[in-house]
Design a protein around this ligand. Structure first.
Ligand code: HEC
Length: 111
């Protein structure tokens, strides 16, 4: 089993990146990390970075919506990214399901 990205000293429970930063780093645009991974073009480094970014996402709190809904969505995403990093069968399908931009934005993204 692969270990999630980052070193042991990063195991604090406060996010070091904001949701906005995470979106910019990993999700925004057609050539983003998440887009490449969803197309099956991700490599091991991509999976590790995504595992890190989605862990950061779980440590954040959304300005909108229920925290329990947020925790559920972000944890599913993190588990999916961890599965990719660990090379688990079916991990890509799980990631594609979990990385539902609209489902999350409609509940948690303010305008
Ligand atoms: C688990 C929840 C979640 C998922 C999944 C998610 N987002 Fe977001 N996204 C957010 C939240 C919350 C914000 C609002 C952040 C803020 O302004 O505080 C946001 C903001 C954004 C922004 C604006 C960032 C900025 O610069 O202000 C972009 C662009 C974005 N998301 C793209 C995407 C794309 C593309 C996907 C899918 C591939 C995606 N997001 C998936 C939660 C999510």
């Amino acid at each position: 089993m692969a270990v999630t990205a980052g070193c042991a000293s990063h195991s604090k429970s406060k996010a070091s990146l904001s949701i906005e930063q995470i979106m910019e780093e990993g999700f925004k645009g057609k050539t983003s990390l998440s887009a490449r991974i969803s197309k099956g073009q991700g490599n091991e480094d991509d999976f590790k970075k995504m595992a890190f970014l989605t862990k950061e996402l779980t440590l954040n709190k959304p300005s909108k919506g229920d925290l329990s809904s947020w925790t559920e969505k972000t944890t599913a995403l993190k588990v999916a990214a961890d599965s990719l990093a660990a090379g688990k069968p079916g991990a890509l399908d799980g990631f594609k399901t979990a990385v539902n931009c609209k489902a999350c934005h409609s509940v948690h993204k303010g305008d």
